[in-house]
Design a protein around this ligand. Structure first.
Ligand code: GRF
Length: 211
């Protein structure tokens, strides 16, 4: 990367905005925020939406001063009200990109339609393998190990109305080692996810002309 990279963005004031949706530990969310903080990702995170008020991502949002909204079937038992509450956040906080980072619920089609080609997701396998219904969390890595794959990896893709089926933007692979447990493989993949996500977001923002 060129040394005067950040300076260029500051001089021309080029920056994009994003929101994140997460449900878990939030390590991908944290990796994105730390690249913003380091000045490598010229962007501002406007909000985090979680569907689990106790998840680790909430704490990370606090640490980095990112406003956090908890919207779930607990806060909004009626599906229509849930969807309305979600869309309200996007109306009140317009963003260039929405980044899903371990969000464990399918996002409503109304949201996909509102942000066409502007929603990205990270998945811990080499899609189209080990994607779609049922392939979440350790199930992904169990599938890889059961089939004795030699490699696995992570994928960043656009979000469409079908789970894990949108256009693939980037992938990175890791070896599957003899005797790996699902947890060990997951940890190896997760480490790669942290650099894959922000790099892909940066390149995609450039492709869209946001930078
Ligand atoms: C990651 O493995 C990601 O690929 C998947 O969910 C997990 C989230 O992990 N979609 P974290 O919460 O970012 O640590």
């Amino acid at each position: 990367m060129k040394k005067y990279f950040l300076a260029e963005f500051i001089i021309f004031g080029l920056m994009f905005s994003f929101g994140v949706m997460a449900s878990g530990g939030g390590s991908n969310f944290k990796a994105l925020l730390s690249k913003v903080k380091e000045g490598l990702l010229p962007a501002k995170c406007l909000f985090l939406i979680v569907n689990n008020g106790d998840c680790g991502a909430v704490q990370i949002a606090k640490e980095y001063g990112v406003p956090c909204f908890h919207i779930s079937s607990k806060t909004h038992p009626d599906e229509h009200e849930y969807e309305k509450a979600l869309l309200k956040v996007f109306e009140e906080n317009p963003i260039d990109l929405l980044l899903l980072a371990g969000y464990m619920k399918k996002i409503p089609d109304s949201l996909v339609e509102k942000l066409p080609e502007r929603i990205l997701n990270i998945h811990p396998s080499l899609l189209p393998k080990y994607g779609g219904k049922g392939f979440w969390g350790l199930n992904v890595h169990r599938g890889v190990l059961e089939n004795q794959e030699k490699e696995s990896g992570a994928t960043v893709h656009l979000v469409s109305s079908e789970i894990d089926k949108g256009k693939i933007l980037a992938q990175t692979s890791v070896p599957v080692l003899e005797g790996d447990s699902p947890e060990e493989l997951a940890a190896r993949v997760l480490k790669q996810e942290h650099s894959l996500y922000w790099n892909t977001v940066l390149n995609y923002a450039k492709t869209l002309g946001l930078l």
